[in-house]
Design a protein around this ligand. Structure first.
Ligand SMILES: Cc1cc2nc3c(=O)[nH]c(=O)nc-3n(C[C@H](O)[C@H](O)[C@H](O)COP(=O)(O)OP(=O)(O)OC[C@H]3O[C@@H](n4cnc5c(N)ncnc54)[C@H](O)[C@@H]3O)c2cc1C
Length: 296
């Protein structure tokens, strides 16, 4: 497989990149790590006339943590996220999901922005980011907008982004004290595997660590987009955490998902695994919330 011919642009600033995209619109595609785009171009699935590399735009590679928010530049690599101490200490589910994406070679090239924009239903990062309440900044020549990631995905490979927009940054609020989250990915093998099912459970306890103040359960690979299991979340809210409650929430999550049969697994298997994994992830999230802020 060889790449078809295309025009190549290498802007140095986000403004320059936005201007090029404004001129070329859907005749061009931004290029980050290329682990998705270049493969699809070789296969003839997409054939843009032009490719606009984002790799030389320095700001897009940054990661910055403040007292309230984590800002991840869209071109920050997945291996950078997996190696981050800040993620390991404060955003455990995001750290685990980054470390389970593809292989070391893929993680060295692949970027956070690319993982989001490619909008694969089984992608590793979106469920964790959604569980932490992340938003994305979309820039174009005419300005910028900030969108909750929850509102970003429309279907497999489809998002609300306009053809001339570039995802510049991902904003992740710091999780509150007394909270914990866990990511579990089920694949048919241990590495270089797209998820058959992936789940994240996030819970925040009240000030006395007695009841669940807030929860988010996000499911991947069981719907056209990463899915918040809202009924399961409602079941948990205001309740005292415990095995029976977690079991009921996991059952609710399984009833909310919309899996399909494919070569990786049947819909029935996927639904059954959602129940098992959500319950497990809730138990781990609770342990982490109770041990806040310490590492396990
Ligand atoms: C062997 C292999 C294994 C893989 N395993 C996994 C896995 O386990 N889990 C998983 O989730 N994925 C996996 N992937 C898919 C892919 O590696 C990831 O989705 C990766 O994060 C994509 O990032 P990238 O920077 O390479 O994106 P690119 O390929 O550069 O771009 C992907 C898409 O997003 C657009 N884009 C990229 N960045 C931006 C931006 N900042 N603004 C606007 N548009 C943008 C591009 O135009 C393109 O349409 C795998 C891929 C391969 C080849």
């Amino acid at each position: 497989m060889i790449l078809p011919k295309f025009r190549y642009y290498e802007p140095r600033t986000i403004i320059e990149a936005c201007q090029i995209m404004a001129e070329l619109k859907d005749r061009a595609r931004p290029l980050a790590g290329g682990t998705d785009l270049l493969v699809n171009m070789k296969k003839g699935i997409v054939s843009p006339e032009s490719v606009v590399s984002l790799c030389e735009i320095q700001d897009l590679g940054d990661i910055e943590s403040s007292g309230t928010i984590l800002r991840i530049g869209a071109c920050h690599t997945i291996s950078g996220l997996a190696a981050s101490d800040v993620l390991r200490q404060r955003f455990r589910a995001l750290s685990t999901s980054s470390g389970s994406l593809g292989s070391p070679l893929i993680r060295n090239l692949a970027t956070a922005g690319g993982n989001i924009v490619s909008a694969r239903p089984a992608a590793d990062l979106p469920p964790s980011l959604m569980a932490y309440g992340a938003s994305v900044i979309l820039k174009s020549a005419s300005g910028e907008r900030i969108l909750p990631l929850h509102d970003f995905f429309l279907g497999p490979g489809q998002t609300v982004m306009e053809a001339d927009e570039i995802l510049s940054e991902i904003l992740v609020p710091n999780p509150p004290p007394g909270s914990g989250a866990a990511y579990i990915k089920l694949g048919n093998r241990r590495s270089l595997e797209i998820a058959v099912v992936n789940v994240v459970s996030f819970i925040a306890l009240d000030d006395r660590a007695e009841t669940i103040r807030k929860s988010r359960i996000v499911l991947g690979a069981v719907a056209p987009v990463p899915l918040r299991a809202v009924f399961a979340e409602q079941l948990l809210k205001g309740e005292k955490p415990g095995d029976l409650l977690f079991h009921r929430a996991a059952e609710a999550a399984a009833s909310e998902c919309m899996p399909i049969d494919d070569f990786r697994g049947s819909a029935r298997y996927r639904r059954a695994m959602v129940e098992v994994l959500v319950e497990r992830a809730l138990k781990t999230a609770l342990k982490r919330a109770e041990n806040w802020p310490g590492e396990e």
